[in-house]
Design a protein around this ligand. Structure first.
Ligand code: WA2
Length: 282
């Protein structure tokens, strides 16, 4: 019966879509937990000791050796909270100036060179990157609060004490859409019911990870059999009247059947969906 064939098709499609959505969600979740653990590592061995046990070299070595723990992250970095009154001393101590993030297209050009970035204009406070994984070394000395998405994410993460995820945006030195995940590092342990003001006051810095969506989702889907049979798209549906496509091309989808699987990336203020269709049999 034709109806049976269709019903089996729908079931196949929803199983394959749910499997992919769950794999992505699980890999994101383990990656996120490890980024959280890195924030605790920085708190313990950088801020928690009279003499810090972490410098750029240590951070680079440790994050390179533990990349397998963060399969969906292209790089991690640590930015310090610096008030304007502390800026001069901070710059003297580090031997470099706090730089402004290049806006939009300028960050995409191939000769992007952080040495040539402008100093950050005067602000109440800054979030310069002091440690980074080798893969995102170009953000060292850049004020993460000078980029809109990073700025908003930092504020949300530190006011809540939870991991915060940005909307998709073009990452620096990349042609791809990505998202950034941020955990705040505090001076001391805060009770779960601490107020946003108490949290902001206790903030030391921000441990962030970037997720280069197209290349890392490709890598994940390639590990699955029957990749040829279905077309996968990933959307940020936080604003459900204008979803943002994060992954998947415009023209490759076809066929009438579509299945939508929900994905939970661990930030309750963001919503994501995976949309799957069969590829047309030639
Ligand atoms: N990391 C890598 N590439 C980026 C980026 C970023 N943010 N922003 C734009 N392109 C150090 O939340 C603190 C990482 C931000 C953390």
């Amino acid at each position: 019966m034709y109806a049976d064939v269709v019903a089996r098709g729908i079931e196949n499609l929803s199983n394959m879509c749910d499997e992919r959505a769950r794999m992505l969600q699980d890999q994101f979740n383990v990656s996120m937990n490890h980024v959280h653990a890195l924030a605790i590592l920085v708190s313990t061995f950088h801020h928690g000791k009279n003499q810090s046990a972490i410098d750029q070299k240590t951070f680079e070595d440790f994050t390179a050796r533990t990349t397998f723990e963060r399969p969906l992250m292209s790089g991690v970095a640590y930015a310090l909270k610096v008030l304007h009154s502390e800026r001069e001393q901070f710059e003297q101590q580090h031997g470099w100036k706090i730089k402004k993030m290049e806006a939009g297209d300028q960050s995409l050009v191939h000769d992007y060179n952080p040495e040539k970035l402008e100093p950050s204009p005067v602000q109440d406070e800054y979030a310069p990157v002091i440690f980074s994984q080798e893969t995102v070394k170009h953000i060292i000395s850049v004020d993460m609060m000078s980029g809109k998405e990073d700025h908003d994410n930092i504020l949300r993460s530190r006011a809540t004490g939870k991991g915060a995820l940005t909307s998709p945006f073009k990452l620096l030195k990349s042609n791809h859409l990505g998202v950034v995940l941020t955990f705040t590092v505090y001076k001391y342990d805060l009770p779960p019911n601490a107020t946003p003001e108490e949290r902001i006051h206790a903030t030391m810095g921000y441990l962030g990870a970037s997720f280069d969506v197209p290349s890392l989702v490709d890598k994940l889907l390639e590990q699955l059999a029957s990749k040829q049979k279905i077309v996968v798209k990933l959307y940020d549906t936080t604003n459900h009247t204008s979803p943002i496509k994060m992954y998947g091309s415009d023209f490759s989808s076809s066929g009438d059947l579509q299945h939508i699987s929900n994905i939970d990336f661990g930030d309750p203020t963001r919503k994501h969906e995976m949309h799957c269709r069969f590829k047309h049999e030639p």
